[in-house]
Write a protein that binds this ligand. Structure first.
Ligand code: SAH
Length: 457
């Protein structure tokens, strides 16, 4: 076959009309059918674009100037939006963000899941899509003898010095700055990634939206933390609602933020929060949804799809600290939860006690292994809920589910592609996807969460 040369050259500047959006939120424009992906462009716009990368079947462009502006374009409120890797959609009206996410889910179901007719409802959005994040993890670096905190630049480990992050809870935002200053004054050294030296790697702050309790986690390279009494005293003086100050030791050369070992420097090992009527203990290493307002809507939807009458046996796979399990337990006969992080299961057990819930039992382990074991024990659940990480369900888990033949499966997913892949496998195993409800857990970013209702044919 003759090689077809792409119709554009690197560094060339051209005028382009945007016709679509990618799943990452970049605009798509075409030159003789050859697509160019351009971050920060919007469909319907005409713009001057510089070609920055040319591949065989597609290329990338840089937006130089918008010539015809879309009415959906807005001024991003964040000063560092165009440098930071955290948000992708601040230049887009919130209505357009929600439409884009609905289409993203529809496309994934069609293209990856081969599911043509599954209704995907409009995305449940937020009334105020800012300042929603209850957790912030900020890297620390040394710059000219000072401690600097800020998010990473896109595709790099350079830090952008920033004062505020408009999707982070305001109090947490101020807390990071306070801890940075206190650590600097106390003489704590910043982590040096290149030479693997220095002490303070990350500052993590998490709050309970309903309780206003705060946890501060100092992630350090070394076990030894100089000036720790001074640090604790100052943090506590500045923010009396801090209930837990934790040191997490991560001595590896890695991008993973938290290390294995955690020590309580002051206060409790956890903070509390509540969602609906249920109260939760959350420790440093446990997963907890970052958008508490939307989490309530997500869990209500999952509960609705589980359609419980009080007589059911339910499995909650990838259960974290037992959030969904305890929601379900209020309306089921018995709930079994499984999760791989031992600290999270400790929290889940405590949480059941804290709420006086006696019909929920929790197990540590890989969901796929524990599910097989349950199956061998003869456990026959009426409903299975899964809420896996981005890579989706393990194949072994899908097989075990199919063999257990529950009447209903509720799939909570943070990645439409793996959701679609797994729905297809469940489809081949005799299950029908009735409908999918996306929920916007991460406004201003291109991520979208979904709940799918699945029934035995
Ligand atoms: N349902 C919970 C947690 C969802 S996040 C909530 O809404 O809060 C996904 C969870 O899966 C995390 O807690 C993660 O630790 C856990 N996990 C990841 N791989 C796993 C596996 N193979 N088996 C069991 N749990 C796993």
């Amino acid at each position: 076959m003759a090689k077809i040369k792409p119709p554009v050259n690197k560094n060339e500047t051209l005028e382009l009309e945007f016709v679509d959006l990618t799943h990452e939120g970049s605009a798509v424009g075409k030159v003789n059918g050859y697509p160019l992906f351009v971050p920060y462009g919007l469909p319907g716009e005409r713009a001057e674009v510089k070609v920055v990368k040319v591949k065989k079947n597609f290329g990338f462009g840089k937006l130089l100037k918008v010539l015809d502006q879309s009415p959906e374009r807005i001024e991003p409120p964040c000063d560092v939006f165009y440098q930071c890797g955290g948000c992708q959609l601040q230049h887009m009206s919130y209505e357009m963000q929600l439409e884009m996410k609905q289409k993203q889910v529809q496309d994934a179901l069609r293209k990856i899941g081969h599911l043509e007719d599954v209704p995907v409802h409009p995305v449940i959005g937020m009334e105020d899509p800012w300042r929603y994040r209850n957790k912030v993890q900020i890297p620390v670096r040394g710059v000219e003898g000072r401690l600097e905190t800020g998010f990473y630049k896109k595709r790099s480990h350079d830090i952008i010095d920033m004062d505020t992050c408009p999707i982070t809870d305001e109090q947490n935002d101020r807390m990071v700055e306070a801890v940075r200053r206190i650590a600097e004054d106390a003489g704590i050294t910043p982590y040096d990634e290149d030479n693997h030296k220095g002490t303070l790697r990350h500052i993590m702050v998490r709050n309970g939206k309903e309780t206003n309790e705060i946890m501060v986690v100092l992630v350090t390279r070394t076990d030894k933390l100089a000036f720790k009494d001074k640090l604790v005293e100052e943090i506590h003086k500045a923010y009396p609602n801090v209930k837990s100050i934790i040191q997490n030791v991560n001595s590896e050369r890695t991008n993973v933020i938290l290390g294995k070992k955690t020590k309580v420097l002051w206060g409790e090992e956890y903070i509390h929060d509540s969602i609906g009527d249920i109260k939760f203990k959350i420790s440093a290493k446990s997963f907890y949804q970052v958008n508490p307002v939307q989490t309530k809507k997500l869990y209500d939807q999952a509960l609705d799809y589980a359609n419980l009458s009080g007589n059911e046996t339910v499995i909650d796979s990838y259960c974290g600290i037992g959030t969904i399990s305890l929601f379900l337990a209020q309306q089921a006969k018995k709930v079994y939860g499984v999760e791989i992080v031992p600290e999270a299961i400790e929290d889940a057990k405590e949480n059941a006690k804290l709420n006086g819930i006696k019909n929920a039992e929790f197990f540590v382990g890989a969901a796929e292994k524990v599910m097989d074991w349950w199956k061998a024990q003869g456990l026959r659940p009426n409903v299975i809920v899964v809420d896996p990480p981005r890579k989706g369900c393990d194949e072994q888990l899908l097989k075990a589910m199919l063999a257990m033949k529950p009447d209903r499966i509720v799939y909570v997913s943070c990645n439409p592609s793996t959701l679609a892949r797994d729905l297809n496998i469940l489809g081949e195993g005799g299950y029908v996807t009735k409908e999918v409800q996306p929920v916007d857990m991460f406004p201003q970013t291109s991520h979208v969460e979904c709940v799918a209702q699945i029934e035995l044919k």
